[in-house]
Ligand binder design. Structure first.
Ligand SMILES: Cc1cc2nc3c(=O)[nH]c(=O)nc-3n(C[C@H](O)[C@H](O)[C@H](O)COP(=O)(O)O)c2cc1C
Length: 247
């Protein structure tokens, strides 16, 4: 195994195109298969030393990750109510999503009452009201006047006009998980602010939804890459066949 082979990995491109993780993978494969006959480039050695210097600290077993920030809407006793939810997400490629709500929330009562709920994506200008909906219960304080609701004929749940994206969901399944209920909903209607579209498609930068990672809410910020494009371009720089042969 020689230096040329290593340089050949990223399709002959200079070594800095290789990610630190890939460098480690390569080194691991070399070490496993070619224990003695190895000459690793200086660049790889340097990069590996840098990566190994990154200190890791073991943290408590909690979801250390991003949460979408959404407002779930439901009519309760004939009035709109909204609550902030971070435990929500995509389930599969069907028009379906889930929200995980405390059984005792006022919103949960409304979802059970109507079999419907809305998912609204607030933009950063609504951060204060969004947080308010997450600290105050409709059981005690009427939150119905906080936003301007609108409805779609396919289900009885209030959507928030001030939020750039709204989805109306019909409950398909509920799963009780300790004192939470995971509500799976079929998306039956989607609305988007016209000014947030580019060529008829939802433009995430224009829509600017918020994400939450404790203890802060964040804006999306700048584009970091392009889905299904960057990976494919990187793939082209690798001799995947050779990598596979080694494994
Ligand atoms: C950022 C944030 C995220 C939250 N995520 C959830 C969640 O995923 N599930 C949940 O049950 N409650 C969540 N909460 C708490 C509820 O929003 C809060 O208890 C709310 O007051 C319930 O309102 P309601 O009783 O009117 O339905 C969250 C609160 C905040 C501030």
């Amino acid at each position: 195994m020689n230096e040329q082979t290593i340089n050949h990995l990223p399709g002959g491109s200079p070594c800095p195109a290789v990610s630190p993780q890939l460098s480690l993978d390569i080194v691991a494969v070399y070490s496993k298969n070619c224990s003695k006959d190895i000459s690793i480039s200086q660049w790889h050695n340097k990069k590996m030393r840098e990566v190994l210097k990154l200190e890791k600290v073991k943290m408590p077993n909690r979801p250390a990750m991003l949460f979408p920030t959404i407002l779930v809407g439901a009519d309760v006793n004939g009035r709109p109510n909204y609550c902030t939810v971070g435990a929500c997400g995509v389930v599969n490629l069907e028009p379906m999503l889930y929200v995980s709500l405390k059984e005792t929330h006022y919103t949960t009562t409304g979802i059970k009452e109507n079999g419907c709920f809305s998912v609204n994506l607030p933009s950063p200008d609504l951060a204060e009201k969004t947080d308010f909906c997450g600290v105050v219960s409709g059981k005690i304080t009427d939150k119905s006047e906080l936003f301007t609701p609108f409805y779609d004929e396919s289900g009885k749940a209030p959507m928030i006009r001030e939020c750039p994206i709204n989805m109306l969901c019909r409950v398909t399944q509920t799963i009780t998980l300790s004192d939470f209920v995971m509500v799976l909903g079929e998306i039956v209607a989607v609305y988007a602010d016209k000014k947030g579209l580019t060529a008829g498609q939802i433009d995430p930068v224009k829509m600017n939804p918020m994400v939450m990672m404790y203890p802060s809410y964040f804006e999306l910020g700048k584009v970091a890459g392009t889905v299904f494009k960057d990976g494919n371009e990187y793939k082209k720089t690798l001799d995947i066949g050779q990598l596979n042969n080694w494994q």
